[in-house]
Design a protein around this ligand. Structure first.
Ligand code: HEC
Ligand code: HEC
Ligand code: HEC
Ligand code: HEC
Ligand code: HEC
Length: 185
């Protein structure tokens, strides 16, 4: 199965899986998809916690200092991606704050060299999934609902298994659309 699905395009995979899912749909009411394991998952990485160039302490910024999430992830309410802040955002404070610390010296050296800090992605939806922050954030769904209590984390780790069933169950509970094209290209 795994090798077969790898050689198919996402659309072909969708058709194949659909063909497999539909017969079993009858016995499971309208929730046939929610328990389905889907192959090739990078979405199931609960606890995934990649090494980062420096440890960015969310707990100190969003927790202790109460800097709002959207001060740094400012595109969340108006676009698909929440965005990762550029060094300019950091240096607005760190030109002056904690300049004696190694991590801040690292930031300053990157800034002076005009090089970005390359953070490793924590969450990564497959390309055939259409996800956008905007409708969720505008509806008032808290970041923590999907990302866990980031205020308590140092570097971010994945909090929820972001399986299709997770998306669909919340959509059903909130009368959000659940037709396939809502979330698939
Ligand atoms: C001062 C800036 C700043 C603030 C405030 C901040 N973040 Fe972040 N956030 C970052 C940086 C830098 C990264 C990249 C490093 C990392 O992944 O740990 C990041 C990464 C993330 C990621 C992981 C992104 C990925 O790669 O998938 C999530 C989720 C996240 N932040 C959520 C939040 C939430 C929720 C809040 C508020 C509770 C918040 N952030 C507040 C700067 C910030
Ligand atoms: C409905 C669930 C949900 C909510 C609410 C949500 N996120 Fe996300 N977030 C995701 C998913 C899913 C991804 C992975 C997207 C991808 O890989 O394409 C993600 C990715 C991210 C990333 C990685 C960079 C990017 O933009 O893809 C950051 C940073 C982030 N979220 C921050 C936030 C912040 C801050 C909030 C609150 C303002 C928030 N998220 C609210 C589900 C959510
Ligand atoms: C609004 C001001 C502000 C912004 C913006 C900001 N920081 Fe900070 N940062 C602080 C403060 C204040 C502290 C000290 C927190 C404490 O010790 O309570 C801190 C502490 C740190 C530390 C820990 C230093 C140590 O070893 O004690 C790191 C690392 C850091 N910030 C990285 C970043 C990065 C990376 C960014 C950009 C994504 C950023 N900061 C953006 C204010 C800011
Ligand atoms: C915590 C609940 C929750 C989770 C989890 C969730 N969603 Fe949503 N989503 C909503 C709600 C509520 C709306 C409707 C917002 C509105 O009415 O504008 C929505 C809307 C959307 C929309 C816009 C639909 C449209 O056409 O208006 C897309 C696309 C979407 N979600 C994709 C996803 C994907 C993909 C996932 C999983 C990775 C996901 N959602 C997880 C609650 C959720
Ligand atoms: C609310 C969002 C949402 C809706 C609606 C949705 N999906 Fe998904 N689907 C996802 C997400 C997110 C993934 C990737 C995560 C995973 O693999 O579980 C996914 C994965 C899949 C996969 C797995 C592909 C692979 O190779 O792993 C198939 C097939 C699929 N969806 C088919 C469908 C079909 C058919 C429908 C309509 C009955 C549908 N989806 C409706 C969000 C959604």
């Amino acid at each position: 199965m795994a090798t077969v699905t790898k050689t198919l395009s996402p659309l072909a995979r969708l058709c194949l899986l659909l063909a497999l899912l539909i017969p079993s749909a009858c016995g499971r009411g309208n929730k046939f998809w929610t328990n389905y394991w889907t192959p090739g998952d990078t979405v199931d990485n609960v606890g995934y916690h990649p090494d980062q160039p420096i440890e960015f302490p969310h707990n100190l910024h969003a927790g202790t200092r109460q800097i709002p999430c959207q001060y740094c992830h400012s595109s969340a309410r108006r676009s698909a991606t929440a965005g990762i802040p550029s060094l300019n955002t950091c240096m607005g404070c760190h030109q002056y704050v904690r300049t004696d610390k190694d991590a801040i010296k690292y930031l300053k050296s990157k800034w002076e060299a005009k090089e970005p800090v390359v953070w490793t992605k924590v969450h990564d939806m497959p390309d055939f999934v259409r996800f956008s922050h905007r409708p969720h954030v505008q509806k008032g769904i808290d970041c923590a609902e999907c990302h866990g209590d980031v205020k308590e984390m140092v570097t971010v780790k994945q909090a929820k298994s972001m399986q299709m069933g997770w998306c669909v169950e919340c959509h059903q509970a909130n009368q959000a659309p659940i037709n396939c094209s809502t979330c698939h290209y």
